[in-house]
Design a protein around this ligand. Structure first.
Ligand code: DX5
Ligand code: ZN
Length: 219
């Protein structure tokens, strides 16, 4: 079980301190949302943030959630910046490109994840499951932090788990969007093992307290 805090809703002018606090509470991986203003209607971070992050925190993993349909420009830049995991969206490109970029990321020694939007049928993973290190199921429509968890996600996690099991595939299922103590419990019971949480961790009084509470639920 792993918590990967999303820094999207951290205080961006105080990012280093916020990351330090989360790391102090045992976090070993951060989830960095890359939004291009095109695939999703919002803008966030670029490769510079990732290289600064890796310079300051070389032992902590940077997980890049790429919300963009411009892989050609961005993926090589994020690899250069030191990304440890790069996750790309099924909806962002055709299957030929998807195959190409999943392999490209892996062959550069970076872990690779496939991301599915809430409306994308989970069966599409059958074609890609042996090319990926993890599967990210969006539990909100991507683009913004602070949205409500889509309750039908639990069923989808179970379906994904079944598909992977049938293929004798043990890759972890990650969830992202609207994760708090209640929804994390639901997702854990359905089969998720990596939990992205943004506003739950960074929009409250104490970052470490929030992480501790979430850890209690998912352990
Ligand atoms: C949404 C992003 C999420 C977001 C999660 O597009 O992918 O990672 O930051 O934020 P919360 O936990 O606030 O829903
Ligand atoms: Zn994300």
């Amino acid at each position: 079980m792993l918590i990967a805090p999303s820094i999207l809703n951290a205080n961006n002018l105080n990012l280093k301190q916020e990351i330090k606090k989360a790391a102090g509470a045992g976090i070993t991986r951060f989830h960095i949302d890359i939004m291009d203003g095109h695939f999703v209607p919002n803008l966030s971070f670029g490769p510079q943030l990732v290289s600064d992050f890796k310079r300051e925190f070389p032992l902590i993993d940077a997980e890049i959630h790429l919300m963009s349909n411009n892989p050609k420009t961005l993926i090589p830049e994020f690899i250069k910046a030191g990304a440890d995991v790069i996750e790309i969206h099924y909806e962002a490109m055709d299957e030929e490109n998807l195959n190409y970029w999943l392999d490209y990321i892996s062959s550069n020694g970076v872990k690779v994840g496939l991301v599915l939007n809430p409306t994308t049928p989970v069966q599409v993973i059958e074609k890609f499951s042996d090319q990926i290190d993890q599967l990210l199921l969006m539990t909100v429509k991507p683009g913004f932090g602070g949205q409500s968890f889509i309750s039908s996600s639990a069923e989808k996690i179970k379906e994904a788990k079944d598909i992977l099991k049938k293929a004798d595939n043990k890759i972890p299922i990650e969830v992202d969007g609207g994760i708090d103590e209640n929804t994390a419990r639901i997702c854990k019971n359905a089969g998720a093992s990596i939990f992205v949480a943004g506003s739950y961790i960074f929009k409250k009084e104490s970052i470490s307290e929030q992480i501790n509470k979430l850890n209690e639920v998912i352990k």
